[in-house]
Design a protein around this ligand. Structure first.
Ligand code: CUA
Length: 240
């Protein structure tokens, strides 16, 4: 039984390491929802994986010298049980994923479609994002301010991005804020976030868009309200 003990010990190490690898506090509402789903599914998947693998290892070990194997007997109750159990797990995974997908920060288009003609995010800070080969332009419509390669966001506020491209398909991707959205020519796409942690993050293009694709990035700066207001003031006077 030393092998069995070793396998059990190894699985504890795997579980321990995966807990250590759990991300620190999320930097946005989107990211928190995604991380939560990830953890939720991990806690379902880990015991199942361990159960299956340990059973497999045990059976291989237990019957390693079985020279007279017998055919498996039909067991309808067992078959119904494992089919139903698998079904229940899949439904759980599906529903959890769907709930996160339907989150108005993760899929704002769905939330917009459900309000009849009205602006679902009228209270949000609205930023027009223009993607082009190869760079980013951010316009703050209310303030008449435009920046290049530098996206400044207010912390603890809902932000809506109106995304457009001047040429080919690009994709805005801010992993730490849980933002990712393809941008198609001739259409205005919507993305949303609500950053909770002031700091600097990276923004990437996540759609292969030509020779300059890998250089098509920008810095995202999340500022608390007073710092954001001061920055905006500064930009406005600089522009004027
Ligand atoms: Cu734009 Cu890749």
């Amino acid at each position: 039984m030393r092998l069995r003990r070793r396998v059990i010990r190894a699985s504890f190490v795997v579980v321990g390491l995966s807990l250590l690898a759990a991300p620190a506090t999320a930097q946005s509402v989107n990211r928190a929802a995604i991380d939560e789903l990830n953890a939720q599914l991990l806690y379902v998947a880990l015991p199942l994986t361990l159960f299956v693998e340990l059973t497999l290892v045990y059976v291989i070990y237990r019957f390693r010298n079985n020279d007279d194997p017998k055919p498996t007997v039909d067991d309808p109750a067992l078959e119904v049980t494992w089919t139903a159990a698998t079904g229940a797990i899949l439904v759980f995974v599906g529903v959890s994923a769907f709930v996160v997908m339907a989150n108005p920060y993760i899929t704002p288009a769905a939330a917009e479609a459900s309000t009849d003609g009205g602006d679902a995010f009228a209270e949000d800070t609205e930023i027009d994002v223009l993607a082009y080969q190869w760079g980013w332009e951010f316009s703050y419509a209310d303030a008449n301010v435009t920046t290049e390669e530098r996206l400044v966001l207010p912390a603890d506020q809902n932000v809506t991005f109106r995304l457009q491209t001047t040429d080919v398909i690009h994709a805005i991707y801010i992993p730490q804020l849980g933002v990712k959205q393809d941008i198609f020519p001739g259409r205005t796409m919507t993305a949303r976030t609500h950053a909770t942690e002031p700091g600097e993050y990276r923004l990437y293009c996540a759609e292969m868009c030509g020779a300059g694709h890998s250089k098509m990035d920008a810095t995202v700066v999340v500022k608390n309200q007073s710092a954001y207001d001061a920055w905006m003031e500064n930009q406005t006077t600089a522009a004027g």
